[in-house]
Every structure is written in C-alpha cells, then in structure tokens.
Design a protein. Structure first.
Length: 319
C-alpha cells in the first residue's frame, strides 16, 4: 500500500471508528433508559379492547389486537376448554433455523382455545423480522395481546396471549429483575359465555431470589382478582421447589391436580424433556378434567395443555 492510499485508509478509519463509538454509545443510552423506565414504571395502564354485546351473541370488533373473525354465537351450557402454555424459543429450531410455520402447525394440531406463549419475537433479526404474535394469531383466526419484556428500537420480545374468545382488557406488568432480559406478567380479561376469565402469562427469571420477588408480585395480583383465574407460563423452576409452593393458595397446579406431575416439559442439557418448569395453575373454583404434555419438534420446551370445564353462570353479564 503506497503512502497516498495509506493516508486515505487512515482517514477513512478516522471517520468510521468515531461513528461506531457514537452509535454504540447511543444504543447503550437507549438501553439504560429503557431499563430505568421499566424500574420506574413497573405497571402499564390497563388497555380496554373494544367489544359489542347484543342479546343474542357476543361479537368483537377487529381492532389492532383482534385478528380474524370469531363465531358470532357462543353456545350456552357447560363445555370443556383446552388451554395451552408454550415457550416457543422465538420460533427457531435446535440449529437456529427460523421455523415459525412448524410452531403454528404444532399449535393448530390440538386446537387450544386459550394460549399463553413465551419468548415471542417481533421484528427481531434472528427470527427474520416477523411479528410472530400477529402471524400466529392470523393463522389461528384468534384474538391476541402481547406484552414486551424487551423493546429496543422497535425490536420486541415478550409474552403473548391468544384466545378464541373476546379479549376485552389487558395490561402488561413489569416484574422486579436485575437481568438484561426484563420480566413481566401479561394479564388479560377474556369473556366466555358472559363469564370473566382472568388469564395471566409470565416467564420468570433464572435466579431463585428474583423469582421469589416476582412470584410475590404475582400473588398480590391474584389476591385482587375474583372468579375464574388461569396462570400459565415458564416459571424456570420445578414444582417441588419453595418458590413454586409460594404460588397463591387459591390456585392449583393442574398437573398435580390430575396426578400428572411426572410429565416433564423442558429438555435441560438433554435431547428429551427431563424437568418440569412450565406450569398451568387455575383457581380452585375451576374444575380440571385433564393435563397433558406434548414435546415440540422445534422448541426445547414442550407444549403444556390443561382441559378445564367451563360452567355457565346463572347470572349473565360482562363486567
């Protein structure tokens, strides 16, 4: 390289290096600001989803979080409802290949009516910039709400609730966490045959002490709720730990309730699930019919299902 080219190269580096430092600093400031905002504003506002009620049926308007058309009429009488919790590992397989369509096919095969998904990407490079919650909801024809735990320059990651029934309200509550990956619990209010179901979806952290604090926050939420409550998610702990035992006493573990606590849900340094860290809890007034687990071809977490019985209230109302 002659002297002139060397000077040009040095001059180019003189522009590139400071620019890289500025961009890196800017992103770092944004990240720190986001983390600080999370700690200060640990609870988001309640968001009401538009709906209309007629004497004959329940219809939900197709708004930003309501995707697809629902059946206009919900039949009266008791019925069974399949609920599902599934950590989709941002829709990539064991080799890091984007495989959201396979995830969708796995969910479709069982036709769950209420679904809690964890590790859901939106516009992330690793998952081909897809809005995964929207894609899944469109494929199922379901309503959905999403709660971020990470949001950097519009690239989001977090928890999603999907429902074949109207979602009339939701909020995303930040949980105490010192890790770079924030934690939250997504709370939705779902209407089934005129009855309210409070559906919560969470993904707790890896640190045991932080999990205790997070479960304490969730317990306080549950204390304020009445009626039908469903709590689902990736708790990052086995059911026989102290932290799991601290889940509010008004809730029951559907796996234990149906004598299926031996069904593992996560492949920990293994090719097959060898531990149970994904759980579904329901309030004691909800009758649990069955609990089962199905391994995923894509995620390191299995799909977790509970079949519950919905009993129509004699007095019908929305709120």
């Amino acid at each position: 390289m002659d002297g002139r080219k060397r000077l040009k190269f040095i001059g180019l580096l003189g522009w590139i290096l400071p620019l890289a430092v500025i961009i890196s600093t800017y992103l770092h400031i944004i990240w720190i600001g986001f983390r600080s905002w999370n700690k200060i504003n640990n609870t988001d506002d309640v968001i009401h989803v538009s709906y209309e009620l007629s004497e004959e049926d329940y219809a939900v308007e197709s708004k930003i979080y309501n995707v697809g058309e629902m059946d206009a009429k919900i039949p009266e009488g008791d019925r069974d409802i399949l609920v599902m919790s599934f950590n989709i590992r941002h829709g990539v397989d064991h080799h890091g290949k984007e495989s959201l369509n396979t995830i969708i096919d796995e969910i479709k095969a069982f036709k769950p009516k209420i679904i809690a998904l964890q590790e859901v990407d939106c516009r992330m490079p690793r998952s081909r910039f897809k809005d995964q919650a929207k894609k899944i909801a469109e494929a199922l024809g379901y309503n959905y709400v999403h709660g971020d735990t990470i949001n950097i320059l519009g690239m989001k990651y977090g928890n999603t609730i999907l429902s074949a029934y109207p979602i009339v309200e939701y909020k995303n509550v930040r949980l105490p966490s010192n890790s770079l990956e924030g934690r939250a619990v997504l709370i939705s209010k779902i209407i089934i045959g005129g009855d309210i179901y409070h559906v919560l979806n969470t993904h707790l952290c890896l640190d045991a002490e932080e999990r205790r604090k997070q479960i304490s926050v969730i317990n306080n939420m549950i204390k304020e709720l009445d009626g039908n409550i469903i709590l689902m998610g990736d708790f990052n702990e086995q059911a026989n730990t102290l932290e799991a035992d601290e889940i509010n006493q008004k809730m029951v573990d559907t796996a234990i309730e149906t004598s299926n606590k031996f069904l593992n849900t996560y492949a920990y340094y293994s090719d097959v699930p060898n531990t149970r860290i994904d759980h579904i809890y329901v309030s004691r007034n909800i009758e649990v019919i069955e609990h089962f687990v199905v391994p995923s071809r894509i995620s390191d977490h299995s799909m977790v299902f509970s079949l519950i019985l919905h009993k129509t209230s004699k007095k019908r109302g929305i709120l």
